[in-house]
Design a protein around this ligand. Sequence first.
Ligand code: UTP
Length: 235
Amino acid sequence: MSITHVVALGGSLLRPEEAASRSMWMGQLRQLMVHLEGNGRRIGLVVGGGHPAREAIELVKDSVSDLTRLDRIGIAATRLNATLIQQMLLEIGCDVSPSIPETIEDARSMLEQHHIVVMGGTVPGHTTDTVAVKLAAVAHARHCIIATNVSHVYTKDPRKHDDAEALTEITLQELSDIVGGNVRMKPGSSAVVGPVAVQVAIDSGVNLAVLDGRDIRRLDDALEGNLFEGTIIRA
Ligand code: UTP
């Protein structure tokens, strides 16, 4: 049976500040996918909404107050970003599922037919991290990799606290204590791993890996089961 990987690709990774790093990152991601497919791996990529999600939610925040409606706008943005990655991989001939699955069950069955499945969100009330953890559980992935724009899980928010320490190995329970339990996040808000995702990982016994996805080598290392720069979070 082939090895299955699931990666939550943070939406922020798709829009680095500089155009040059953007095309370099896209190129490295393409190469990595070609390499993994060549080795017979199955890869589920769950793409976040990033800039388009935040911008769209911001645009309507004074006229739409229903959180579920805002979530639906966020989900549309995640699917836009997923389509971008999907089409880019189809363009170079990768075996990518031709449609963007909207449920975990569809994603799981598409992963049986294609080497690569790219998706965004599913239903309101959580973020794409949660989708990725659920997919990792049903697809029996070794772990769920959260590729984001910070290097590690920190003891506290490093943007607010100078004494925040980077963690290399923790338990899911410790991560849950850091991100604040099983609470719904505001649509469009951000955390290193969403609290709902951590609870789903605890419930389904899925290990997580958090790393800086701007450096594709770190992602490659984690996928290969090598020591990687980032945080490993064990069930
Ligand atoms: P993201 O998964 O992109 O949230 O979903 P994020 O934490 O901002 O991730 P990054 O920054 O892209 O890495 C964007 C929004 O879409 C809605 C939520 O409102 C979320 O905040 N969403 C997404 C859902 O309601 N359900 C989903 O399955 C996915």
